[in-house]
Design a protein around this ligand. Structure first.
Ligand code: GDG
Length: 470
């Protein structure tokens, strides 16, 4: 698909570049993370530059080879970051303060002034680098909560650029956001963009309310007019719910080798009647612990037969240097081992817990093997796992149990929607989903698939860039 803005050069800015260092050869190799896959469709049509950190500590920029793409190569440009900078800007300010605050302060955010000062300096470093290398009049698409001060800094340096900002995580309501010691700087930083995008309408409204409250500007509908030396400038604020490459998931799920692997997984698990599945980054926002509690109680009370039910929880290692992540890992592992100790037998382990990263193919085989997918975050910007499960259900069966507090719930209302803080309600929905008749499963899954295929990632990226242009 082409965009209205085919001819404009594009600069993507994110904390991480889509590469990683191959320890053995010392060469850079592509790291196909979520964002690069999401961006593939817009990168396909034009020459683009991606600016970010490599994931390796360094004091100065290195040469990183282009990544191959059908547009003839994606150019990469490094913003070098030292260990101290990562500790303060990324692990500290971004993941210790902003991440928990934006997820409704599920765990207490920790505010350190020195960490914020480093966050500001790193944002400035990004701004200077972009200002040096961005082509005249380019579209610059800045991603996520690590870089919220950047739009304003960049505008001062390069007023010729069209700057878009997209937040992948939730944006909290006034009562929660207000505690941020640097609330005004963050709001003003974001207002440096021409377009500020959020996952949901609620997040966009929260932002507009906060602007009124703390920046003393009066938004009119989805627009904010900012007075600058050069005259008034309009900032658009809107929702752009991110999607997935639904067709790629469905193609992989239809591959006979993957279907065979899915059947093998069920067999290896002892051919259970009901296979429940959870796949998440091991993060306290994902509600892994409440989900384990709910399933454990269902097995204890025999509402799900412990001999014929298996729950597989994949928890991908994440942010292991941040204290709260070590805590949630311990909590989850304690819950799993308790449940298995109480409910298991020789050769039966009702909760199978995998703390590892799987290949994409294995992940898809797992989606294909599961009867009920449990996605129960306490708060989540969107949640792609829910959409990936739906895309992989090529036989139009399977049930999705989904938290109301995900962005995805707005679009996937034909799932079993649950309040993850209400364990009894969640237990009821899990049993309903596990015992639903095939017609109901089919009806719901058809509607879910329609939504996931319609609002895919290509639509997301194209909508955002078209709006940034217009
Ligand atoms: C942020 C926001 C928003 C997971 N384990 C493995 C693996 N994954 C992949 C999944 C999925 C991705 O990671 C996780 O995406 P989510 O959306 O669920 O969550 P976050 O990482 O928190 O992402 C979120 C997203 O940004 C996009 O805007 O939806 O709300 O928090 O794609 O498949 N992939 C592989 N092996 C694993 O073990 N290969």
């Amino acid at each position: 698909m082409s965009t209205d803005s085919d001819h404009l050069p594009l600069v993507v800015v994110a904390n991480r570049l889509p590469v990683e260092l191959d320890e053995e050869t010392g060469d850079w190799r592509a790291a196909p993370g979520g964002l690069v896959t999401a961006m593939e469709s817009v990168l396909r049509d034009r020459k683009a530059l991606w600016i970010g950190w490599t994931g390796e500590f360094s004091d100065e920029s290195r040469d990183i080879p282009e990544l191959p793409s059908s547009a003839g190569g994606l150019e990469l440009d490094e913003v070098p970051l030292s260990r101290a900078e990562i500790e303060k800007y990324y692990e500290g300010c971004s993941n210790g303060a902003i991440w928990p605050l934006y997820h409704d302060a599920i765990v207490p955010p920790v505010y350190h002034r020195t960490q914020f000062e480093c966050y500001r300096r790193v944002n400035e470093k990004f701004a200077r680098r972009i200002a040096e290398v961005a082509p005249e009049g380019a579209q610059v698409w800045v991603h996520d909560y690590q870089l919220q001060l950047l739009p304003k800094m960049l505008r001062l340096l390069r007023p010729d650029l069209r700057i878009g900002f997209f937040l992948h995580i939730p944006f909290p309501p006034v009562e929660v956001f207000s505690q941020l010691p640097w609330r005004r700087q963050v709001l003003e930083g974001l207002l440096g963009a021409d377009l500020v995008g959020f996952q949901t309408k609620e997040a966009a409204l929260n932002f507009l309310r906060l602007v009124r409250r703390f920046v003393a500007l009066r938004p009119g509908g989805d627009r904010v007019v900012v007075d600058e030396l050069s005259g008034p400038r309009t900032v658009r604020v809107d929702a752009f719910p991110i999607g997935i490459r639904a067709k790629d998931f469905a193609d992989l799920a239809s591959d006979p080798v993957v279907q065979e692997r899915a059947a093998q997984i069920r067999e290896d698990l002892g051919s259970p009647d009901v296979l429940l599945l959870g796949i998440d980054r091991l993060d306290y926002t994902k509600g892994i612990d409440v989900r384990i509690r709910a399933v454990t109680e269902l097995l204890q009370d025999n509402e799900l037969d412990p001999e014929k039910t298996v729950f597989v929880q994949v928890a991908t290692p994440s942010r292991e240097n941040v204290e709260e992540y070590q805590r949630i890992r311990n909590d989850v592992e304690l819950l799993v081992s308790r449940a298995n100790g109480d409910l298991g037998g020789i050769g039966t382990t009702p909760i199978q817990y995998l703390h590892q990263t799987m290949s994409r193919t294995e992940l898809v085989a797992m989606y294909c093997s599961a009867d009920v997918m449990l996605v129960t975050p306490l708060r989540d910007g969107m949640n792609l796992v829910a959409k990936e499960y739906v895309a992989c259900r090529v036989h139009e069966d399977g049930a999705l149990v989904l938290s109301e507090f995900t962005g995805a719930a707005n679009q996937l209302s034909d799932s079993w929607l649950v309040n993850p803080f209400d364990i009894d309600g969640m237990k009821r929905s899990i049993t309903d989903a596990a015992h639903a008749d095939p017609e109901e499963l089919h009806r719901r899954m058809l509607a879910l698939r329609h939504s996931v295929f319609e609002d895919d990632v290509e639509r997301w990226a194209t909508d955002f860039l078209n709006q940034l242009q217009s």
